[in-house]
Design a protein around this ligand. Structure first.
Ligand SMILES: [Cu+2]
Length: 259
């Protein structure tokens, strides 16, 4: 294989709004690009999780259904990124290095009520050890601008452009996500969060991208949205240190202008 990066294409909202359409079943360990295309009518994501040893997908699914706050799911699985915040007619791409194990792609959206995973958006796949290491050193983004996540802030590099690739690093101790949503009109990031939290059917955005939950110490590469403009930065994961709040209310709310 001349190209060390494996490519996976996933369609959400195709034949069925709440199923992933993909031929994926097994990957070799190493860097993998996931491209999520949304042909449906609501926002979707394909967050990648690796199940902890001795945890199966049924246990993970039960925890998701039992606690829509998602407070305990990262005791059962680690976040490896994956495309996030993909609106209808949109697409997003991420690259992450996967180690051997049992994985799933999962949609935890919308943030209120039952996640789309409960309607079918959870799809297992396996990552197996390589017989031989890739002959080409995997470029997972070492030279790219670095975007850092930690408790509880986004640290964006200056001068980012629409459509550019960035490397995202979780420098914190909790799992974080990166959601970017283009703000319509005079809407502020606070307006967008309020609309999401009241399950407003018409939040002030029609375009997004981002990276699904990333474990502490994890990194991944993703492609910024292709439309220049003003974007809200949000992380809706729950604080696992006991505040009862989501990260967006602890400081993980920002604005990013893409030229
Ligand atoms: Cu966070």
């Amino acid at each position: 294989m001349s190209d060390a990066v494996q490519h996976v294409s996933v369609v959400a909202g195709g034949g069925n709004e709440y199923l992933y359409d993909t031929s994926l079943s097994t990957l070799a360990a190493g860097p993998v690009e996931f491209m999520l295309t949304n042909r449906g009518t609501v926002e979707h994501q394909a967050m990648l999780i690796r199940l902890a040893d001795a945890v199966d997908l049924a246990q993970f699914s039960l925890e998701l259904l039992a606690a829509p706050t998602r407070l305990n799911i990262f005791r059962l699985a680690q976040g490896f990124g994956g495309p996030n915040g993909v609106w209808p007619n949109g697409a997003a791409s991420t690259i992450q290095t996967l180690t051997p194990g049992s994985y799933a792609m999962v949609c935890l959206l919308p943030g209120t009520g039952l996640p789309n995973a409960a309607r079918g958006m959870i799809r297992p796949f396996a990552v197996t050890a390589r017989q031989t290491p890739p002959t080409i050193p995997a470029d997972t983004g070492g030279d790219l601008p670095e975007f850092r996540l930690d408790e509880f802030q986004f640290l964006a590099p200056p001068g980012l452009r629409a459509g550019q690739s960035v490397r995202v690093v979780n420098a914190g101790h909790q799992t974080h996500e990166l959601g970017l949503y283009r703000l319509e009109g005079t809407a502020t990031p606070e307006d967008l969060v309020a609309a999401f939290e009241r399950a407003d059917p018409k939040p002030p955005t029609k375009e997004g991208a981002g990276l699904g939950g990333l474990r502490p110490g994890g990194e991944a590469t993703f492609v910024l949205p292709r439309t220049p403009g003003s974007y809200a930065l949000v992380c809706f994961f729950p604080d696992t240190s006991g505040s009862g709040k989501t990260h967006v209310h602890l400081g993980m709310l920002g604005r990013l202008t893409l030229s």
